[in-house]
Design a protein. Structure first.
Length: 322
């Protein structure tokens, strides 16, 4: 296939050669010259054409490899040396487009950064009265229900901040060796108030695997799946099971309809339970899946209405701790 493309790209050379040979045949015939001259000319010119074709084939293959590399990862530094003015113009257009794209990406990044900074300021402004409310609740009887609702406000605010942050910078990952059991227990302690308020039992079992991951973003995933389990479980048990490369969290909550399961990780999808109680944003599981993919993990969910839901977070089997 490569040879056919090469011959087609250089067809003008071979067409001119053939035309010249044909003219020579006609001239020899008109002047009644011996045809041996034609065969000498044919052999000599064929040798020259073959030599030129070999040289052109080498340069053609080299340029083709460079263009294939550019197709996968464009950079003006990888552009092959131009052979004529037309190629120079094409390369100039490519460099201008590259610079334009770089400028647009930088402007987009700065706009997103400005939006995140503004939202961060707003978030801290909102958290100030939230913290004040927390102090007032503690000073006036420590109503557990009021404190739980206040805790939810903080969770939803943090969820939105993480949503903006993960869309801003997809390379903000710091991988390190993490004890999955220790990290999961620390996140569970954060929700002790909800376990106590709803009288939900916690079963924690399994090994103590170490995983190579980004601790901050793994905590975010754990917070989302634990918070969801508590939100939709009124009584019963939440079970956390750890194995070598897997974390499984099961609850005895209200469950999810079978027809809704394929869509639970879609952005903004809340399902029947979320619409009924108006307490779902449709972002928690969506963001958890997006973050899990960045960490090289997979997240899956199974559920039976009236029996509960199980979320499984799987880590890469090969863990590199170097």
């Amino acid at each position: 296939m490569g040879l056919i493309n090469f011959l087609y790209d250089h067809k003008s050379l071979y067409l001119i050669w053939g035309a010249l040979l044909l003219i020579e045949v006609l001239v020899l015939y008109l002047y009644d010259q011996p045809q041996i001259i034609f065969w000498d000319t044919l052999l000599f010119s064929a040798f020259v054409i073959l030599l030129a074709s070999c040289i052109k084939w080498f340069h053609w293959q080299k340029k083709l490899r460079q263009l294939n590399l550019l197709r996968d990862n464009f950079s003006s530094e990888l552009l092959p040396k131009s052979q004529d003015q037309r190629e120079q113009l094409y390369q100039m257009i490519a460099r201008n487009l590259e610079q334009q794209l770089i400028t647009e990406n930088e402007q987009d990044r700065l706009q997103k950064q400005a939006m995140l900074d503004d939202f961060g300021i707003w978030l801290h402004q909102v958290k100030t009265p939230v913290a004040a409310l927390d102090l007032l609740i503690q000073a006036n009887g420590r109503d557990p229900k009021m404190r739980a609702e206040l805790f939810k406000i903080n969770e939803y605010l943090q969820l939105m901040l993480n949503y903006l942050r993960q869309n801003l910078d997809k390379s903000d990952l710091v991988f390190e060796k993490v004890s999955l059991a220790h990290l999961t227990r620390s996140v569970l302690k954060k929700y002790a108030l909800f376990f106590s308020e709803k009288d939900i039992s916690l079963v924690f079992k399994g090994d103590d695997p170490w995983v190579n991951t980004d601790k901050k973003w793994l905590v975010f995933i754990l917070e989302q799946i634990i918070f969801n389990a508590l939100k939709y479980t009124e009584h019963g048990t939440i079970t956390v099971t750890l194995t070598e490369n897997e974390l499984q969290l099961s609850d005895t909550g209200i469950g999810i309809r079978a027809e809704e399961l394929p869509r639970v990780f879609e952005k903004g999808y809340t399902g029947y339970n979320g619409r009924k109680d108006q307490r779902a944003s449709g972002l928690g599981l969506y963001l958890s899946k997006q973050v899990a993919e960045k960490l090289g993990c997979t997240i899956a969910l199974t559920s039976i209405v009236g029996q509960g839901t199980t979320v499984t977070l799987r880590f890469p089997k090969k863990q590199n701790f170097d």
